[in-house]
Design a protein around this ligand. Structure first.
Ligand SMILES: O=P(O)(O)OC[C@@H](O)[C@@H](O)c1c[nH]c2ccccc12
Length: 269
């Protein structure tokens, strides 16, 4: 359970020379009743963990695809409370690590201590809170630690080396390497220094490094995965679920995890 489950599963996959693949989906998009079936589907596809987004009215880091999914989820009445309650009923049937992604505001509203306790009770293994900077994380990290829930930190391409060092030392479960400047969503090119950036994070991080933001194809996933331990794919998965294209999700995961690693010369798209 918790951080230990993420550590164990990631360690096993990496020891077997596999890369990691973490899909993001918006809880409550299509109604919360569809959540269990989507978790079951993704687990069957062999994902390393699932990042589950809590819808919020002011999602500052989200691009258009995830914003729209958030609006649909809010319209269907999804809240942090209803997601935790749903998980408490269905979670035990699945072994895949579940990581909640929420902005700090809904957690504040819910109550920070109660949030940590209920995450534990609902079988949440880790959390990502993108809008809480390192200097302020003390309001929540001790509560998560008390329940063994991984607090996954994000590094940005603009973070200076000493800051990257601190983030990498503190992060739990994995280090989230934000791979583009800007919001979530598909991209057709990465910055020139992306390989150096990911290598620098790898050198500093005692836990796996996963690249996220702007990954929407198997080719891109394999490209970034040569420099780190795997990828997180959000907008593309959200879009394919919305369109009901399950086969394409399966193919995207397969092609991310298999095939030759790509060389540095690859151009996108
Ligand atoms: O959608 P993309 O570009 O594939 O990026 C992943 C991302 O969606 C997911 O991890 C995420 C969704 N909302 C976020 C907010 C902050 C950090 C991360 C996220």
């Amino acid at each position: 359970m918790g951080k230990e489950r993420i550590d164990k599963i990631f360690r096993e996959k990496l020891a077997a020379k596999e890369k990691l693949f973490v899909p993001y989906m918006m809880a409550g998009d299509g109604g919360l009743d569809t959540l269990e079936e989507k978790i079951a589907f993704l687990e069957k596809c062999g994902v390393s963990a699932i990042e589950l987004g809590i819808p919020f009215s002011d999602p500052i880091a989200d691009g258009p695809v995830i914003q729209q999914a958030g609006i649909r989820a809010l319209e269907s009445g999804t809240t942090l409370a209803s997601v935790l309650e749903k998980l408490s009923v269905i979670r035990k049937k699945y072994t895949v690590p579940i990581i909640l992604m929420s902005y700090i505001n809904p957690i504040f509203q819910y109550g920070i201590e109660k949030f940590a306790r209920d995450c534990f009770a609902s079988g949440v293994d880790g959390v990502i809170i993108p809008d809480i900077p390192m200097e302020e994380e003390g309001i929540i990290s001790p509560h998560l630690a008390a329940y063994g829930i991984a607090c996954i930190r994000l590094a940005a391409m603009t973070s200076p080396p000493d800051r990257i060092k601190k983030i990498a030392e503190r992060t739990e479960g994995f280090l989230y390497a934000v791979s583009v400047m800007g919001t979530t969503g598909a991209r057709n090119a990465y910055a020139e220094n992306i390989s150096a950036y990911l290598r620098q994070l790898k050198e500093n991080s005692p836990v796996p490094v996963l690249a996220g933001f702007g990954v929407s194809s198997g080719k891109q996933a394999r490209y970034l995965s040569q420099y780190c331990d795997g990828v997180i794919v959000g907008s593309k998965i959200v879009d394919l679920f919305f369109k009901g294209k399950r086969e394409e999700i399966k193919r995207l995961i397969e092609s991310s995890l298999s095939g030759e690693p790509l060389t540095e010369k690859v151009k996108f798209p």
